[in-house]
Design a protein around this ligand. Structure first.
Ligand SMILES: [Zn+2]
Length: 530
């Protein structure tokens, strides 16, 4: 199949920021824009200058950032009713943004026009046409987003096509059909795109979908198969409600289907891009995200692991490296002996007697409530100590935590840590936002007095789980065991450590200690490599 290369239009910085829990600073937005440019996305929609000052600031900043490929787009609505385009404040802001591309959205049916704009269908057509013309006269590349197009088409096909004709005749470079509320089924969407395609043989169509029916990606690909030449979406599918079409999945699917993208997007960096956006948005990555999630190429069941070691194609639809991901073997008590081979990455060979010993130990710990899938730090420490390496950087003499609640409800937590490090005794006390935080701060200051490089270690996430104890009814409720999982960050490296105990402070202590021990190990091995 020969196919026109597809233009990729990213709206993470505009539609994406409408997502719940999603917030990006101007600097974050610039950083994401640079990355999208590096991967050769065609368009980067930076925001809606008419909607907030932060977006205006972004357009000011990005003008001084040299981009090698991508074009910056500003987003806004058509002119107000009964107002000449040159007097329209919103259109003026779009020009002042200095973005070389402007995307404007307009209404697609007489119903939407009457309800939302309270004007006539004819005036709406003039609003579209005037706005596109005005922006074109100011030297902008204009993209027309037909808002609620599919709903509009079903309400009044003729009128919906008229709105597109107005934009096309006025010079819009792309006519983008938007499934704004994400409620269109792909079979119906295919029919509509096919019809529009026939009506505009010389026009270029685009597609903008949302994921409300779980069809964001499917609808986008459907439109591409029907001839759309531009796709709009967001990185990781973040966006309003359940989100936009996910451009990470879409670009990977295009690659897999051998449909070229205009910029020949560097899909080997998709994992990296996805991680950057999660990181800056301060959102937890979805481990089950297609192509780029940590679990996307993770193998757990013994039979699967065995087969993948023989030939990865048996349980993998694509080479993980193609999208910058990695194959993982999960250590688990589902494990057959094949898992032992997965330890090879840590230098333990299947034949080694040690391999069996380690797997037995892992199984025993898992029975006690440990999980190692998200705790590679603890796992590596376990393997190294089984190999006879010293992994601990200090000895505990004692710790103590106190929580004091005053009558007015004010809480105060403090911790004292006494350790022996390099033959010397160190005692530190710290206050914190809770006993575990106080313990972390006290241990941190005790250790950094001897290992200043550990100051870089950050505790990033802290999760507590009650371990189900079906066969031990006396341990239900507050008497049950808890598992604490700590995620730490050292520079760009993230890793997990785990602790289990009946006492939540002790479980946390265990995970904390492993975090410091493992960080020390990472620093030492990166120094010896340098
Ligand atoms: Zn949208």
């Amino acid at each position: 199949m020969t196919k026109t290369p597809i233009a990729i239009y990213d709206t993470t910085l505009r539609d994406g920021t409408q997502g719940s829990g999603m917030s990006l600073s101007v600097e974050d937005k610039v950083q994401i824009a640079r990355k999208l440019d590096e991967l050769r996305f065609d368009y980067i929609e930076g925001g809606w200058p008419g909607s907030n000052p932060k977006d205006i600031e972004f357009f000011q900043k990005i003008q001084h950032v040299p981009l090698s490929y991508a074009r910056i787009a500003a987003f806004g609505s058509t002119r107000k009713k009964d107002t000449p385009a040159e007097n329209d404040a919103n259109l003026r802001l779009l020009i002042e943004s200095n973005a070389p591309v402007v995307t404007i959205f307009g209404k697609s049916s007489p119903f939407q026009v009457a309800e939302a704009l309270q004007t006539t269908p004819e005036e709406n057509l003039r609003m579209i046409s005037d706005s596109v013309k005005f922006l074109g006269q100011h030297g902008r590349e204009v993209i027309y987003d037909a808002e609620h197009f599919f709903d509009g088409y079903l309400q009044d096909r003729e009128y919906a096509l008229c709105t597109l004709r107005s934009a096309f005749a006025a010079g819009a470079r792309y006519l983008v059909l938007c499934d704004t509320n994400g409620g269109t089924d792909f079979a119906r969407l295919a029919e509509i795109v096919r019809d529009v395609r026939q009506q505009f043989p010389s026009g270029r169509l685009g597609i903008h979908t949302h994921n409300d029916m779980g069809y964001g990606v499917a609808n986008t690909l459907t439109a591409v198969f029907e001839g759309a030449e531009m796709v709009q979406g967001t990185i990781n599918g973040i966006g309003e409600r359940v989100g936009n079409a996910n451009l990470v999945t879409i670009t990977a699917n295009l690659f897999k289907n051998q449909i070229p993208t205009k910029g020949n997007i560097d899909v080997a960096q998709l994992k990296n891009l996805s991680g950057l956006v999660y990181e800056l948005a301060n959102l937890p990555p979805d481990i089950r995200q297609p192509y780029v999630g940590d679990a996307a190429f993770a193998h757990k069941g013994g039979v699967h692991v065995d087969a993948v070691l023989k030939n990865p194609r048996l349980y993998e639809h694509i080479d993980p490296a193609a999208v910058g991901n990695q194959r993982h073997f999960l250590i688990s008590d589902l494990a057959g002996t094949a898992h032992v081979q997965a330890l090879e990455g840590l230098g333990i060979m299947k034949k080694d007697a040690l391999a069996r010993e380690i797997v037995e130990k892992i199984k025993r710990l898992e029975h006690e409530g440990y999980v190692f899938e998200a705790a590679e730090g603890s796992l590596e420490l376990l393997v190294r100590s089984a190999r006879g390496e010293k992994t601990s950087i200090f000895d505990l003499i004692e710790y103590r935590t106190d929580v004091l609640r005053k009558s007015e409800g004010k809480l105060e937590s403090c911790a004292i840590v006494r350790i022996r490090v390099n033959g010397q005794e160190v005692t530190q006390m710290a206050y914190g936002d809770g006993p575990v935080n106080a313990l972390d701060l006290a241990l941190r200051s005790a250790l950094t007095s001897k290992y200043p490089e550990l100051a870089e270690l950050r505790l990033d996430d802290y999760k507590v789980r009650i371990i189900p104890s079906d066969n031990r009814p006396e341990q239900k409720g507050t008497g049950a065991k808890v598992r604490v999982l700590i995620e730490s960050k050292l520079g760009a490296k993230r890793f997990g450590t785990v602790g289990v105990d009946e006492n939540i402070v002790e479980a946390s202590w265990h995970a904390l200690v492993e975090s410091f021990n493992y960080a020390h190990l990472l620093i030492r091995s990166s120094n010896s490599r340098a």
